[in-house]
Unconditional design. Structure first.
Length: 364
């Protein structure tokens, strides 16, 4: 039996929450160590990765990996139960694109709300310290909290959060919540009757937005009660199986009582929507991806290629200003790689599906 995967992370890290929920769903044994990653790795005589990212994952007591998206694909190679990658190439690409949106744009909501507003920053700088060391004295709590807050507030540029972009981020978050509310009124997950990697990507960010930070939490409780409930449910799907969702709930019959339709997990053949079965509510989410995220990816990549330190673009009737972020140029290239690995037919199908959303602009 393989050794449990060792997860080193932080309670307030959306990416740590993303991977832990996925491991629980897939019934993959793991241990988790909260706190300082470098210190915890040193106890195992392991060199920390460069850079240190949350979470840091250790396989077989020696193999250190970071970055949740490739880690999830690596887990697919190691474990065949309850895959989180849709089984058709075109839908798998859309899942990859949506996961990237969660990791790289929805995190802008999270980081912005956490550190742009005084109430949220006061909450974060206290709670993040306590999640590392509960029995710290009040003076040290304040001292370390101020260090964390200063560091993170000075990093708001990474996600493009500033006074000029605050309204745009807020408007996009509120639209996104309404889109999720609509989607969850008829669907439990993004791409079928089972969760995909993009579900876990969205879940990770939303654990913070609806469960940690006061301002976005209050917005979500008003705008999207289904989203709140979905986050709670997604936290532990370890018991989800092919008999799930059958039966009646408070006298409301469930039309999905065909066990063959729900036999999703022994193999990766069932439980996924095909491209022509994707709900309209999902297409609306991709419209938001194309409206805000894709233009930023394109402009950031141009600036990176031109060695420009900053860039700006007209976006959603306002101006988005941001320092150039090399990692997001890599993200764009990875998306293009995923697309270029498709067959010619699948490329045409994806382009047709995304036509008019704005997402197609990165597929040429």
């Amino acid at each position: 039996m393989p050794k449990p995967i060792q997860v080193f992370g932080n309670v307030g890290s959306p990416y740590t929450q993303k991977i832990l929920a996925l491991l629980r769903y897939r019934n993959i044994p793991y241990t988790v160590s909260w706190g300082d990653v470098i210190h915890n790795l040193s106890l195992l005589n392991l060199e920390p990765p460069k850079p240190v990212l949350l979470p840091t994952i250790v396989f077989n007591d020696y193999e250190v990996r970071t970055d949740t998206t490739p880690i999830i694909r690596y887990l697919e190679e190691l474990h065949d139960n309850k895959s989180v990658i849709p089984n058709t190439p075109a839908v798998s690409f859309l899942n990859y694109l949506l996961e990237d949106f969660a990791d790289e744009w929805v995190t802008k909501y999270m980081f912005h709300y956490r550190w742009h507003f005084d109430e949220d920053a006061e909450n974060a700088k206290k709670m993040l310290v306590l999640q590392h060391k509960l029995d710290i004295d009040d003076d040290k709590l304040k001292e370390f909290g101020n260090v964390i807050a200063d560091r993170q507030i000075n990093r708001l540029w990474v996600v493009g959060s500033n006074n000029d972009t605050a309204k745009l981020i807020d408007d996009s978050y509120k639209r996104f919540l309404k889109l999720l509310e609509k989607h969850f009124s008829n669907n439990s997950y993004m791409f079928g009757l089972r969760p995909s990697s993009s579900d876990f990507g969205l879940y990770g960010q939303l654990t913070q937005l609806v469960g940690f930070d006061p301002t976005p939490r209050n917005i979500a409780y008003i705008s999207s009660p289904r989203c709140i409930s979905w986050v709670t449910i997604m936290s532990d799907l370890s018991g989800l199986h092919n008999k799930g969702s059958i039966g009646e709930f408070f006298g409301i019959s469930n039309e999905f009582n065909d066990t063959e339709k729900l036999d999703c997990f022994d193999k990766n053949e069932n439980g996924w929507y095909k491209l022509d079965q994707l709900p309209k509510s999902l297409k609306a989410i991709f419209n938001e991806v194309g409206k805000v995220y894709i233009p930023c990816l394109i402009e950031n990549d141009k600036a990176y290629g031109n060695n420009s330190d900053t860039w700006e673009i007209e976006l959603d009737d306002s101006v988005w200003k941001q320092k150039t972020f090399p990692y997001q140029s890599k993200c764009l290239n990875w998306i293009k790689d995923e697309f270029n690995n498709l067959s010619d037919k699948d490329k045409l199908d994806v382009k047709e599906y995304l036509s008019g959303t704005g997402c197609e602009l990165i597929l040429d």
